[in-house]
Design a protein around this ligand. Structure first.
Ligand code: SF4
Length: 142
């Protein structure tokens, strides 16, 4: 069975800070036994790396310089959905606290404070709306 996975968790340096956030080897090996992993980074698809961090402000995704990146985030999310449909992928394994890939938590700016709120990121939300099952990285390690 195929599963799309946040690419930074497999070691690609595609995060906003130009780094990766790889899962432990044993977790990756376990996933590979169960799934054919399809790595994808929705932000690196439509934005440069490194890039200023961004978060939700209401329905918009704004970077820390105040630039509205909502359209670019949608572009990456829609590409993730396109790939899932094309390859018949029904599972997405997401990196937490990302405004794109978060499953349980995403970055937001609320009442003057940076925080992680209980909501999915944009890519996760769009995939879920299309019936794709979301798996949090946190549920792989616990
Ligand atoms: Fe990782 Fe997703 Fe952020 Fe890309 S958008 S760096 S895959 S969490």
């Amino acid at each position: 069975m195929k599963a799309m996975i946040s690419e930074c968790m497999l070691g690609r340096a595609c995060r906003y800070d130009g780094k990766s956030k790889p899962l432990p080897d044993e977790v990756i090996n376990r996933l590979k036994e169960k799934y054919e992993l399809i790595p994808f980074c929705p932000e690196a698809f439509s934005l440069p790396t490194p890039r200023p961090p961004a978060r939700f402000i209401g329905d918009k995704i704004i970077d820390i310089n105040g630039v509205d990146k909502t359209d670019a985030f949608f572009k990456g999310a829609n590409e993730a959905l396109r790939i899932c449909k094309e390859l018949n992928i029904k599972i997405f394994i997401g990196k937490e606290k990302s405004p794109s890939c978060g499953v349980k938590k995403t970055s937001a700016y609320v009442n003057g404070c940076e925080c992680k709120c209980d909501a999915p990121g944009l890519t996760s939300r769009i995939l879920k709306e299309e019936g794709i099952e979301l798996i949090s990285e946190w549920d792989l390690i616990s």
